[in-house]
Design a binder for this molecule. Sequence first.
Ligand SMILES: [Zn+2]
Length: 439
Amino acid sequence: MTETVLRADAMLTPEGPIADAELAFASEADGGRITYAGPARAGGRVDHELPGHVLMPGLVNGHTHSAMTLLRGASDDDGFMPWLAAVQGLEQHLTAEDVAVGLQLAMVEMIETGTTAFADMYHWDAQLIELVRSAGMRAMVALASFAPDSVGFPGVSPWNGAEVTDRTEELAERYAGDPRIRVAYGPHAPYTCPPEFLRGIAERARANGIPIHTHVSESAAEVAQIRERYGATPADHLDALGLFEADVLAAHCVHLTEGEIALFARTGTAVSHNPVSNLKLGNGIAPLPDWQAAGLRVSLGTDSVASNNTLDLFEEIKTGAILHRGARQDAAIVRAADVLDIATRRGAEAIGFPDAGALEVGRLADVIALDVTGSSAAGFDATTLVSHLGFAATGADVRHVFVGGRHLYADGEHLTLDAGEIRTRAAAATSRLREAAGG
Ligand SMILES: [Zn+2]
């Protein structure tokens, strides 16, 4: 078995920080799992001596729309519904090539800021999934759909919602057993999808075990709309359609009632907390402390860069830790360690990669190394690791990324993606989109 051995000043493990740490893992061909995680052992071969670095599990983005990197900055200051209209206006001009380069740009940004796995909802096909596999990331990809007869991305694919549902099942079968890829249904939201369409997907998902990734209770306007149309809150409406008998990842959940939180706890529904997107779009503050108390499965997400505007999860970690303290006037209500756990181990579990997300023997070797020689880390030692990662570190500190034992990013250089070429192509695509949409 070929092994890679890393040594660093400190390492974050499920038992807490370790000083002078060593991590060993099998190569991708040999399964890419961790074989040792602990204090540096005397002697032995070391492949990467990383003085001035710390190791932690790769970050997990629990909700995004990768290809929307091309729409960064669209309607930044206009509020949720006008923003949605502006974004959907630009999306009418997207081509298949745009979606591919948008996804690649997102993977460049995710890798260089320490994300190793992500849950996505957008247009997906086998070609795009192959781009994820060649970049070396893990992804749960949900094929976005709106209604049986509506075509979501007319310039990209002729598929309507009914065809998207069939394609989802074909792709799920094709990638079954692939350790890097999970395929999910992606009915967009209760306010954009008709009830019968949602009921049909729920029935199929219960029968075939394919997960569902959707948006729930993102804005107060959505809650009002669903109440008016169906006389129920969004999650209760979806529950009546049988959705939560399937394996569901529900993004946002800003306006959940106590009863809806209890429903999610009872049904094992996973939620994705997207604090920056919810703040930027003026949608509110999701009740993370209440989810924690109820024992919900939770991930942390950026949402798309059109509502964020970065994919740097360290920003989300810090926001996720401090936001609820301010809102509840209680500095003890969410700890940095809790949010780091949600951004790694619990996030990986929530999006269906339960073997990733922690640096311990037997887990998949999804690991990142951060530089701790900069000004914001002066005085760093292992006892301050959680504090540093929770409140001071940024994605720009990430120097190495490994996923399943494969080296994707080495001392600030991409090994699987041509970042310069991708940025150039993506910039050209963005200019063309803006022009097509009328400047
Ligand atoms: Zn979203």
